[in-house]
Design a protein around this ligand. Structure first.
Ligand code: ADP
Ligand code: MG
Length: 709
């Protein structure tokens, strides 16, 4: 049996009563398998002897002889003192609230002792200590519960659960079930890397005989987890390639198609090397025999939209339809406008579809999509509402992909499967300006191909970033004032729409101050998530045209908005924003050829809770000050926050790893990936006898969220 199949209820464990079952259920454990996967959060090494005289090297762990009892204080405050000695020194156990120890610790007898000692009143004393009888080697029953002289697991608790209960139940479960557990890793790998068997590893992760054994158990379980993670990613990638093959179009794979060339000729600039490279990879995929599943990563402003348009042209040219999906109405509209400007003149018929398109217009539009009179649908998730039917959806582009959940991405992909004249999996292009560090990309997007645009269009100057204390904000306003006077535009960003206390600046009241007090001569507007979509659109258009000079906002301006003439970004209470948000916000400026500036204003008021610059806030601002490269910033973010917190990873439940950490265990991850992919390369169906085990484990594996599709 595999551990993941071990679904016997807790009550099957000898000695587990209903109270224990209930307490475990409260912390989410209902089966023996789940119990054994509740790994310790720490291990206390009580295996090494530390005699009394070495009390300052850590907790003492020794065997003592009881010398005498003694009492101090009087009445109810009377406290027992027990004098003990080992071969190195004498000491005193101060038994606050433990008068019963008088009967348990008998003078002349020997006991195991663990405790934290210090010198007080001229004696070596401990009030925090544990004792247990020294037992002979034959007394096995007591051995299993002994807490001194071994490495003790420390479990994460919750509810009514007690350390003692968990230790006892896990030990019994190990005894009862480990003998029937099968290895999940292939035997060659266990042998090659000198890993433990599954049973040994489980036993040792809970009750290691030595720190070296613990290390080996961890190594085994981490590797096993990563191996199957990569195995699943590899299988998904394979499955994509196992559908019916498409006709391969070798002649055109390597070059731009006629429609693509027409678009490129009309542009006032040429593609950057990064864009050219990504477009070539996409062309290869789209001409290839299997559906594309590609992640296009590029920093804000690197020109991903244009690359996706090139992909759209290829789909349209081959008689298909394309859909571009964006997370917000604002961004979808911007793409639709760009499509109308760049693609319509060369014969592509675009349409714009969001939840806001009204009934009559909507049904006309849907009919046109079904009839194939529309080549490109641009919109929000409305693109895959139930009533939307495509005639022949060949390409799906998902912009700012991390803003969508797995199910949303699946829903739009299904449109290609279920409808149209030639159902099949559409090509998928996901785009992200949240650079995903390589280590993480391998885990999270293990089944996707990745293109990266590393360069920015020529002429872009790196944004100059300045830190300013809130008390120096007037200087920042002066600076921005001079840029405004020179005809530029500015963003002012706040962490809150409206503050409930007076302490924090918020978008609403600052919009007011900006217009009345600070820059009365310039038209300003306010935008945040509660402004309705029509008004948002109107404001953004006015800002883009330059009718509005100042935009006061919350982080809604974070995503994809493109206004080249805006060259100042002022972020107030910058210490309250995450690194990825700060980077995205800063990316709103520096999209034209003028020098752009980003001011990070932090609160230096000592009196307000959270207003003081804390350690992590300070580190974030420093990272922003020193780095422009989104990939470097993402790596720093990862170090500061851990993978679960990286934008787009936690919401979608991508990573539910038990013991491995793809960042810390990056080397193991790479090895596991190589191993898993080598197996699949040799034996894609896992049919060889030596791969039966892997196939069997995968069959039992809990469904892992499909990321790409
Ligand atoms: P992002 O990758 O952040 O989505 P966009 O696609 O919005 O970036 O592009 C940012 C801006 O750069 C747009 O105004 C676009 O027209 C412009 N642009 C794209 N490619 C180039 C290029 N090769 N040379 C100059 N400007 C470009
Ligand atoms: Mg974009």
């Amino acid at each position: 049996m595999f551990l993941r199949e071990l679904d016997a209820p807790i009550s099957r464990i000898r000695g587990a009563g209903p109270a224990a079952s209930r307490a475990l259920a409260e912390t989410g454990i209902s089966s023996v398998g789940e119990l054994l996967c509740r790994y310790p959060r720490d291990w206390e090494d009580r295996s090494r002897r530390i005699p009394l005289k070495n009390f300052n090297q850590g907790p003492v762990c020794t065997v003592v002889k009881v010398l005498a009892h003694d009492w101090f204080g009087a009445g109810r405050m009377k406290t027992l003192k027990i004098h003990v000695e080992d071969e190195s020194a004498r000491a005193v156990l101060v038994c606050f609230n433990r008068p019963f120890l008088e009967k348990q610790l008998i003078p002349g007898e020997r006991y195991r002792l663990w405790g934290r000692f210090s010198y007080k009143y001229g004696e070596l004393q401990a009030a925090l200590f544990e004792v247990e009888p020294v037992q002979g080697p034959t007394e096995g029953r007591g051995e299993e519960n002994k807490k001194i002289g071994r490495i003790l697991p420390v479990y994460p608790l919750g509810g009514d659960l007690k350390q003692g209960t968990l230790r006892r139940l896990i030990r019994r479960a190990l005894d009862q079930y480990v003998p029937s557990l099968e290895d999940e890793l292939p035997a060659e790998i266990i042998l090659r890397d000198g890993l433990l068997s599954k049973g040994e590893a489980l036993r040792a992760i809970h009750f290691p005989a030595s720190m070296a054994e613990l290390e080996l158990a961890r190594k085994t379980l981490i590797y096993e987890e990563l191996f199957y993670l990569e195995m699943m990613a590899g299988k998904r990638a394979l499955e994509r390639r196992m559908g019916p093959e498409r006709a391969v179009d070798h002649s055109r794979a390597g070059e731009f198609s006629p429609l693509q060339r027409r678009l490129l000729e009309r542009l006032p600039f040429s593609l950057t090397p990064g864009q050219t490279g990504a477009a070539a990879e996409i062309n290869q995929d789209m001409a290839g025999p299997y559906p594309m599943a590609r992640l296009l990563q590029g920093d804000v402003g690197s020109g991903k939209t244009l690359v996706s348009f090139l992909a759209v042209l290829r789909a349209v040219e081959s008689g298909g339809q394309a859909a571009i999906m964006a997370p917000t109405e604002l961004l979808a509209r911007q793409h639709a406008e760009n499509a109308a400007r760049l693609l319509e003149p060369i014969g592509v018929r675009p349409a714009f579809l969001t939840g806001n398109v009204k009934a009559a217009g909507r049904s006309r539009l849907l009919a046109a999509l079904t009839g194939g009179e529309i080549d490109l649908a641009v919109g929000t998730h409305a693109l895959f509402s139930k009533d939307v039917v495509y005639r022949n959806l060949r390409l799906v582009v998902v912009d700012e992909q991390h803003r969508f959940g797995v199910t949303q991405r699946q829903a739009i992909m299904a449109k290609g499967h279920t409808s149209g004249i030639s159902p099949g999996t559409p090509d998928l292009l996901m785009m992200s300006a949240t650079p995903i560090p390589r280590t993480l990309a391998l885990t999270v997007f293990g089944d996707l191909d990745v293109s990266v645009i590393r360069d920015l269009p020529p002429g872009r100057k790196p944004v100059k970033t300045h830190l300013a204390k809130e008390s120096n904000e007037a200087k920042v306003y002066d600076f921005v004032g001079r840029e405004l006077a020179a005809g530029r535009q500015a963003y002012f960003v706040y962490p809150l729409i409206e503050a409930n206390e007076g302490d924090l600046k918020d978008a609403v009241s600052m919009a007011d101050r900006l217009t009345r007090e600070i820059f009365p001569q310039y038209p300003a507007a306010l935008i945040h998530s509660r402004v309705d979509d029509e008004e948002k659109r109107y404001i953004m258009e006015s800002f883009r045209r330059g009718d509005i000079k100042i935009l006061a906002a919350t982080s809604v301006v974070e995503v994809g908005v493109d206004v080249p003439n805006a060259n100042c970004m002022v972020i107030e209470h910058a210490e309250r924003f995450g690194l990825s948000a700060l980077h995205q916000l800063r990316g709103r400026v520096g999209r034209g050829t003028d020098q752009a500036y980003c001011f990070l204003i932090y609160s230096d008021r000592q009196d307000s809770a959270g207003g003081v610059l804390t350690g992590e806030g300070k580190t974030r601002l420093k990272v922003m000050l020193e780095n422009n490269d989104g990939f470097v910033i993402a790596e720093e973010d990862l170090k500061l926050r851990g993978p679960g917190q990286i934008a787009g990873i936690e919401q979608s439940g991508y990573l539910s790893l038990g013991i491995a950490d793809p960042v810390r265990d990056a080397a193991e991850l790479a090895r596991a990936r190589t191993d898993a992919f080598a197996v699949l390369e040799k034996d894609p169906g896992l049919l060889e006898p030596e791969h039966r085990r892997i196939a069997a484990v995968l069959e039992k594996a809990p469904p892992f969220p499909a990321v790409g599709l």
